[in-house]
Design a protein. Structure first.
Ligand code: HMG
Ligand code: MG
Length: 324
């Protein structure tokens, strides 16, 4: 298919044409093994997970979110965190993990984890569905986790879900999002990731949130963006965030993902689609797109269905077969 589209010239890489006002380098925070696999019906064997993470690191991803230390009954797909982490000791990447509470933190620290993420919600409905807590109860649950993690020398990321819309509550007032972000920064989070959990954001909305956060003292240097691609807006939203100065972007290899507690959430922005855009803009990522694509094709075979990523499908030459 690639050959048919390009008249025979193989296009394994985008043509590089820079654009003004963009960063020289972006750090991709790869979430496939966590945000992707937590949403799969099948539990992927722990050896396959370890191989997946190793392959992602070998493809040049410097940060790979590995798993979650949540209550295993809530996310059985990631209940093997204790088996997985020791298998990754020689992986050359930062390997953050999700931790909701002090029980999760002690499990993670006992395994030598150096980087954790707490995960708040901008809305009451999702806080209840995902954490069995109100927004304020969940912030109170995170405060000692952040303090203790930092005392133990760990880096802490704070996620905020439902920043742009909520499947139960509809539109989410920006001020409500800013309040939760501010609370996480005041607690000591080193970085915030703004989640469009159900993929409804559009670029103007992204810019409005980023500028209100800036006015409240949370600058782009502390922010990451986490887009889901439900309405095909993830790359447009990412570009808007980059133009605003954000340099950390979450993405999921092959577009794996969703969220088990937000049924309308489809896949995350696919890492390959992101890398194609960034490399086309001359932005460094350190990622080898060919190796990354091969990893997603390999993972798709394990999961028994093709990757939804346009870039994976184009590079793997499967677009025509799937669309016939
Ligand atoms: P709960 O049911 O209220 O639990 O869950 P609890 O606090 O009442 O504790 C009950 C029992 O669970 C206790 O045991 C605890 O020790 C145990 P008992 O004393 O009865 O024997 N327990 C644990 N065991 C192991 N590890 C733990 C743990 N915690 C408690 N960490 C809780 C509350 C927060 C734990 C639960 O709601 C939970 O685990 N939620 C996590 C759900 C989740 O992982 N969701 C997906 C991630 S969020 C996401 O994907 C969004 C994101 O991608 C960004 C975006 O897209 O927006 C990040
Ligand atoms: Mg997510």
């Amino acid at each position: 298919m690639t050959e048919r589209l390009t008249g025979g010239a193989p296009l394994g890489l985008p043509m590089e044409v820079t654009a003004p006002g963009l960063p020289a380098r972006v750090r991709i925070h790869e979430v496939g093994p966590r945000d992707g696999l937590q949403n799969e019906k099948m539990v992927v064997p722990v050896e396959v997970k370890a191989d997946f993470i190793r392959r992602l690191a070998d493809a040049g991803l410097s940060t790979v979110e590995a798993t979650s230390f949540v209550r295993p009954e809530w996310v059985p797909q990631l209940a093997d965190a204790e088996q997985l982490m020791p298998m990754l000791e020689d992986v050359d990447a930062r390997l953050p993990v999700l931790v909701p509470n002090q029980r999760g933190l002690s499990r993670a620290l006992a395994l030598g984890v150096r980087e954790i993420a707490v995960f708040a919600s901008a809305t009451e409905s999702f806080a209840k569905a995902n954490l069995n807590r109100t927004v304020d109860e969940s912030l109170a649950m995170f405060a000692p986790v952040v303090t203790d993690a930092k005392e133990a020398g760990a880096r802490v990321r704070g996620y905020v879900s439902m920043c742009f819309g909520d499947p139960w509550e509809g539109p989410v007032p920006v001020a409500q999002v800013v309040r939760v972000c501010r609370a996480l920064v005041d607690m000591g989070c080193d970085e915030l990731s703004l989640g469009d959990t159900i993929g409804v954001a559009t670029p103007g909305h992204v810019l409005e949130l980023l500028s209100l956060l800036g006015e409240s003292g949370v600058g782009a240097d502390r922010l990451a963006v986490h887009f889901h691609d439900t309405y095909g807006q993830a790359l447009a939203n990412t570009l808007a965030a980059l133009q605003h100065g954000v340099t950390v972007v979450d993405a999921s290899a092959g577009g794996l993902g969703g969220c088990p507690y937000a049924k309308s959430a489809t896949g995350n922005l696919a890492t390959e689609d992101l890398v194609w855009m960034l490399h086309g803009l001359g932005i460094e990522t350190g990622v080898d797109l060919g190796r990354l694509t091969a990893t997603s094709v390999w993972m798709a075979a394990h999961l028994g269905r093709p990757s939804p990523s346009r870039t994976v499908r184009a590079l793997a030459g499967t677009t025509s077969q799937q669309e016939q």
